[in-house]
Design a protein around this ligand. Sequence first.
Ligand code: PNS
Length: 164
Amino acid sequence: MRVHRVVCPGSFDPVTNGHLDIIRRAARLHDEVIVVVGANRAKHGMFSVDERVAMLEEVTADLANVSVGTFRGLLVEYCRDRGVSAIVKGLRAVSDFEYEMEMAQMNYRLAEIETLFIAANPLYSFLRSSLVREIAAYGGNVSSLVPPPVETRLRAKLAELAQG
Ligand code: PNS
């Protein structure tokens, strides 16, 4: 029987509760989910690719059909090489739509890879990693926005950066 394998791609700098909600819901719908961290522009972020992967592995450890990987270059090439049939993305609000639609259409044009959208839980419609980083950097409480291991690593990273 053909395995229905999908990817959940993103920067995950760091993974938020919103990402995790989409990953969990994707894992209920598909045989295998590979969460893939895009490494093309990762050096400009807060966490290294390895750190992002480690956090994702920790917070998805209870999901048997979810694995974590990385990719460089075009996402569709990664999908082709690994027999991935679709890209799964969360849509938070209309503001996401134009950008996501453009990528979905281009990815289909490039390699006939389908993109499936999951409507984000309204609890997380305002949530993005850059806001989490900013709130944490100014001492705000992010405990309801990210899983506990991510909050711990955010604190450690900010302490590390403060020490220069
Ligand atoms: O978390 P993000 O920043 O929304 O993730 C965007 C990501 C990494 C999924 C996207 O930028 C991507 O797929 N980049 C890989 C390069 C690529 O395939 N570009 C063509 C898209 S049509």
